[in-house]
Design a protein around this ligand. Sequence first.
Ligand SMILES: C[S@@+](CC[C@H](N)C(=O)[O-])C[C@H]1O[C@@H](n2cnc3c(N)ncnc32)[C@H](O)[C@@H]1O
Length: 274
Amino acid sequence: MNEVKEIVNVWDIVAEDFGKSEPRYWNDFGYKLVEYSNITKGNKVLDIAVGRGASLFPSVNKVKSSGYVVGIDSSKVMIEETHKDILSKNIVNAEVKVMDADELDFPEDYFDNVVCGFGIGYLLLGKHKLKNVIKVLKTGGQVAFSIWGVQEDQKWLGDTINRYLKVDNVKDKHKNQDIPKFDDVKSVEKILKEAGFKNIKVHEEVEKVIYKDKNMWWKEMHTNAVRKIFDKIESLGFESYVQFKVDIFNDLDKFKKDNCLHFNMPVIYAFGEK
Ligand SMILES: C[S@@+](CC[C@H](N)C(=O)[O-])C[C@H]1O[C@@H](n2cnc3c(N)ncnc32)[C@H](O)[C@@H]1O
């Protein structure tokens, strides 16, 4: 099984709850990405790796009724759930489709904006890299990416997981692939420049994410890609899983402030024009 397939599977599993569990930071970051972009009334927008629409719904608000937003995602369940949300909100100028980020099936010079929240890795892992993004953008059109910066506040989690699963994690697998580093401003600027984008603007913000308590943190982790790793640990047996949870809950004390858990989550916001 190749890596892209494995990732798609975990997204199918978490799709129903993804972004719906507090503290809902995906929505906050998606909203910000759209606010920082130049999406405006009447624009045609493509959202790559749309998920549950963290950037799609704010884009719909920006383009108003004269614009159009299309979201694509390789997870069938994610698309089904987001489609239901579009219907329940009575939105008529947005649609979502199952499509791989590397196989964009749209006319050339078609979109005013392409947004991609936390999905640039899937593009860079593909054979076309960012070439198809450029192809589907109109001349002067803008791409907007949000990308995880270096997550210092998550490093302990990797260490704890490694005590239970002595396997290479996703990050290690990426190291073996022919893709550039994309977790700091300079590397992202270089990627956009080499892809041929102009008027590149990249900055990082240290976002503050606050969980009310440890149970909220534990629950939220089961709604994102970390779920796959937690499920692997659960498959080691009941005792290991209980001990893992005890270890994690002890580790979480480091982030306690005012009875809540506070994490710094650096996010890179990157923009370029065709
Ligand atoms: C971290 S989530 C981000 C979702 C959304 N953009 C957001 O900001 O909340 C990543 C999304 O990428 C999708 N994905 C994973 N691999 C993909 C691929 N090769 N092509 C398209 N989408 C992919 C997953 O199904 C998931 O919905």
